[in-house]
Design a protein around this ligand. Structure first.
Ligand code: TTP
Ligand code: MG
Length: 404
């Protein structure tokens, strides 16, 4: 499916919030940052209103220089708690346009709005709706870029600031970028830009047309990436908050053990704990992690991403068990851990048909155990946890992390 990635970046964010809250500041050069002390102040400019930018003032400029460039400006110190409350409110507005969101700074986020045409219309309509919602609910303007990938969307949002809306139609990425100067490339720092300019490359189109070998010779592996960027190719997906989240549990044995049976039981117990936490958070995960620490303290981790999301003990236990059995063990085990990541909120629907009869039964066991834990605050164990001869108590475990 064709991707539709939206990049939203607020205009002169800190300064715009101050201008909104104090009408006497509107239309004036407002500079947020360190105290200027009549030109003797130390520290830098955080940001400034577009009116102040006309005087050459910009972010990260020494405040003393800003003062000399714009002595009649209105200088304010930043009110971070106010801006972070504002940021949260804006992110909430954005989240209504797509559950797949990557916040990249206090005033900037990507949204993956692929396949939302039936809800929000074409990209122009979508961009306008986002901007209008932010303006009507928060009294602030944002600039929006929409393209088939993150890199091009990010470049697009910056092109017509402030209050901009720039769309790069799918398939036109390279042509869209070609006339722009190379310093517009997201990820090309000042050093790269300087080297490119020395090679006679000033536009992104010139970079895209440069020979692959020539770039590789001068930039190594970075050369290939630069060329891709110049062609508007970027396959990275959004890093959502849930995707970054993880849940894990680990136990250190009071006595190191090499007994497969004990280790396998511990895997089940840990899987049960982690899966219960997933369900409590109403989340489903896709990636399973295993951690083993051996007697000599060497630590090994393995992970595997499954084809579908899960929140049940059996799926997690099977995957963790597969990872466990794939590790050659020459030493006794001191610590074992199970974790999950790649999470999505409960919205991910698991097709019932994917579950065999046993898995269906197992989910019932999970539900009963969740219910007991909720009512009585204690965890009951699956019959499978209790072996014939040894129970876990014969090999006491220390639940505390850090000991291992
Ligand atoms: P930016 O989005 O980079 O800048 P901006 O929103 O002020 O202006 P623009 O219209 O160009 O997007 O950064 C967001 C906020 O982060 C900015 O309002 C203040 C803060 N910031 C700093 O404190 N120091 C800095 O060097 C930069 C770049 C930003
Ligand atoms: Mg901004």
């Amino acid at each position: 499916m064709e991707k539709r990635i939206v990049h939203v970046d607020m205009d002169a964010f800190f300064a715009a919030v101050e201008q909104r809250d104090n009408p006497s500041l509107r239309g004036k050069p407002v500079i947020i940052g360190a105290s200027p002390r009549k030109g003797t102040g130390r520290g830098v400019v955080s940001t400034c209103s577009y009116e102040a930018r006309r005087f050459g003032v910009h972010s990260a400029m020494p405040i003393s220089r800003a003062w000399r460039a714009c002595p009649d400006g209105i200088y304010l110190s930043p009110d971070m708690s106010k801006y972070s409350v504002e940021s949260k409110k804006i992110m909430e507005i954005l989240a209504a346009f797509s559950p797949v969101m990557e916040k990249i700074s206090i005033d900037e986020a990507f949204l993956d709005c692929s396949g939302t045409e039936h809800l929000f219309g074409d990209s122009r309509a979508l961009g306008q709706s986002i901007k209008e919602k932010i303006l009507s609910e928060r009294g602030l303007t944002a600039s929006v870029g929409i393209a088939s990938n993150k890199s091009v969307a990010k470049i697009a949002s910056d092109l017509e600031k402030p209050d901009g809306l720039v769309i790069c139609p799918p398939g036109e990425e390279a042509a869209f970028l070609a006339p722009l100067p190379v310093n517009r490339l997201w990820g090309a720092g000042p050093k790269t830009v300087e080297r490119l300019e020395k090679m006679g490359i000033t536009t992104i189109g010139e970079l895209a047309a440069f020979s692959e070998e020539g770039l590789a010779r001068r930039f190594g592996r970075w050369g290939a990436r630069l060329r891709q960027m110049a062609l508007g190719i970027d396959s990275r997906s959004l890093e959502t908050e849930n995707g970054r989240k993880s849940i894990s549990e680990e136990r250190t044995f009071s006595r190191d053990t090499g007994k497969t049976e004990i280790l396998e039981k511990m895997l089940l117990s840990l899987s049960q704990d982690v899966a219960a936490q997933l369900r409590r958070k109403k989340m489903k995960a896709r990636t399973v992690h295993l951690k083993l620490r051996f007697s000599d303290f060497t630590t090994l981790t393995r992970s595997r991403t499954l084809q579908r999301y899960f929140d049940d003990t059996v799926t997690l236990h099977h995957a963790a068990g597969d990872l466990f059995r794939s590790v050659p063990r020459f030493q006794k085990v001191r610590l074992i851990g199970v974790g999950v990541s790649g999470m999505e909120e409960g919205k991910v629907y698991i097709q019932p048909s994917l579950f065999g009869e046993n898995r269906g039964k197992s989910r019932k066991v999970d539900r009963v155990m969740d219910e007991v834990a909720r009512k009585h605050g204690k965890v009951i164990t699956r019959a499978g946890l209790l072996g014939k001869k040894e129970s876990l108590s014969s090999n006491k475990v220390d639940k505390k992390k850090g000991r291992g």
